[in-house]
Design a protein around this ligand. Structure first.
Ligand code: ADP
Ligand code: MG
Length: 258
């Protein structure tokens, strides 16, 4: 396929829960190097979309292709292996490990090595782990336990863990949840830089419209399971349907409560 073709193509994606059409024939695509935000009020179907793309949730219908190959219906691990990464919260058992060890574990896991004996992780992939930490601005804290880190720094480590599997596409469902505005902007700016520098594609949700409008390449908008708008930042900001959905929910683009 050509270099500028879609990396991910979602067509007619559909999922109901009982009588609720959570996602109703949704279609969109993401190209390499794009930072695409998926926005919409609570209950719009954003997380349901993410969970079908990563394989955690079975779709009722539609198709999803990555690099032209069908991935719909594959188990999550296979989808991850094909290059769809996502961030996970660092598990409690891993919080006592150092920042670098957490990255080394992720690198071991990606390489398919057994990792129930994690002492040797201290020796393997140290250089690669430090290089990844450099990319997220955490190299100086490599030898601190994750349990000692500030919340925003934990999020950076989680991002480095996701990058350890060398994803083509990173799925981030509310990556800045629980963060203060300044931390939130710093994390999204970092993600944007990784997208630009590495040709990664990112699909993310974010509540702060300021952040969405400042950092997205393109925006898609869901409301009650339907894709109601898609376009560049300016087009979405001025889209009447989008405005009415947000005014209807008591939110505006101007005053964000972060
Ligand atoms: P968003 O992430 O945009 O807030 P969700 O995808 O979580 O929205 O939810 C979309 C709709 O699907 C909502 O009406 C929600 O209540 C419903 N829903 C989501 N997950 C489930 C589930 N596991 N069981 C039943 N209903 C669900
Ligand atoms: Mg959600």
């Amino acid at each position: 396929m050509s270099a500028n073709a879609s990396l991910l193509k979602v067509t007619g994606l559909t999922k109901s829960f009982g009588g609720v059409k959570a996602v109703d024939h949704v279609s969109f695509s993401i190209a390499q190097g794009e930072m695409l935000s998926l926005i919409g009020p609570n209950g719009a179907g954003k997380s349901t979309c993410f969970n079908m793309i990563n394989g955690q949730l079975q779709a009722d219908g539609g198709s999803i292709t990555l690099d032209g190959e069908d991935i719909l219906g594959l188990p999550p691990r296979k989808i991850w292996r094909r290059g769809v990464g996502r961030t996970f919260q660092i598990a409690a058992t891993f919080a006592s490990l150092t920042v670098a060890e957490n990255i080394q574990m992720a690198l071991l896991s990606h390489a398919g090595k057994i990792f129930h004996w994690f002492k040797p992780a201290a020796r393997f992939y140290r250089a690669e782990a430090l290089a990844l930490l450099e990319r997220v601005g955490m190299a100086a804290q490599a030898d601190r336990p994750c349990s000692d880190l500030a919340y925003g720094d934990v999020k950076r480590v989680e991002l480095a863990i996701a990058l350890a599997s060398k994803p083509k596409l990173l799925l981030m469902d509310e990556p800045t949840a629980g963060m203060a505005p300044a931390e939130r902007i710093a994390l999204i700016a970092l993600i944007k830089r990784l997208v630009t520098e590495n040709g990664l594609a990112v699909l993310f949700t974010e509540h702060s419209m300021d952040v969405v409008f400042s950092y997205s390449s393109r925006v898609i908008v869901l409301a009650r399971g339907n894709l109601i708008a898609e376009g560049g930042v300016e087009a979405i900001r001025n889209n009447d349907k989008v405005k009415s959905v947000y005014f209807g929910s008591g939110k505006t683009f101007e005053k964000e409560t972060a």
